[in-house]
Write a protein that binds this ligand. Structure first.
Ligand SMILES: [Zn+2]
Length: 238
């Protein structure tokens, strides 16, 4: 089983999916991470007086530790413009992504849902680009290996309580969630470990309350599937 996670920024893999990645690796699955930018444009850079390029280098460095903590099969970090994804031609993006899909031949691809969770334009752009590409590849028998397109998400809180960690977060209706992974306490520790690799982001991790917001659950939507499962690689379509 091979899964390819595609995210725009360093730390996107840690804000939620890290413990799921960890379990996949522990179970003998292969997990590849493709990050499209170095995330240098974050406003966190002003706190340290870094240029976009310097901040990108710092985040790239911090990310190396995530690779070893999770035991990723491979990690590739490209250097496209942070915040510029939506301005680029989506056909160019498809060409870039195809290079990695052809090389890795993933059974599952994971990226952001339509709301992008944080609503970041890069998150929303990669959703649209990857969804179109997935649909195109489903028509091509050379890509029969590709079975599932999954979107990392969070459920809409009961009673739509919009406070604390949920204030800026967008979510998916519970009925549209296909996969609810329950984390062990060891896996919850892995979430913290991978988040804490981003030393320049410790304030953001605190402010967003991401650790409390995730708790012991990670959620995914599956594109065009009706199943309800407890793990990403369960009940894969034929
Ligand atoms: Zn991001």
């Amino acid at each position: 089983m091979k899964t390819l996670y595609i995210f725009p920024h360093p730390d996107d893999e840690s804000f939620g999916p890290a413990p799921v990645i960890y379990r996949q690796i522990q179970q003998g699955e292969k997990v590849h991470l493709l990050t499209l930018t170095r995330g240098g444009a974050t406003k966190v850079r002003f706190k340290y007086g870094y240029s976009i390029q310097e901040m990108g280098e710092v985040r790239l460095q911090e990310m190396q530790n995530v690779k070893s903590i999770l035991g990723l099969t491979s990690m590739t970090v490209l250097d496209y413009e942070d915040g510029g994804m939506a301005q680029m031609n989506p056909l160019d993006w498809e060409e870039i992504l195809m290079k990695y899909i052809d090389k890795i031949k993933p059974n599952i691809i994971v990226t952001y849902p339509i709301h992008g969770i944080s609503g970041h334009p890069d998150h929303i752009a990669i959703h649209g680009i990857m969804k179109r590409l997935f649909c195109a590849l489903k028509l091509d028998s050379n890509y029969d290996f590709l079975k599932r397109l999954a979107f990392l998400t969070l459920p809409t809180p009961e009673g739509l309580e919009k406070k604390g960690a949920h204030a800026k977060v967008r979510s998916t209706k519970r009925e549209d969630i296909n996969c609810e992974v329950t984390l062990s306490s060891g896996e919850q520790e892995k979430l913290k470990e991978s988040l804490f690799c981003y030393e320049t982001f410790l304030d953001v991790i605190q402010e967003t309350g991401v650790i409390q917001a995730i708790g012991n659950k990670v959620y995914f939507e599956f594109f065009n599937e009706e199943v309800k499962v407890e793990f990403l690689s369960e009940a894969l379509p034929k």
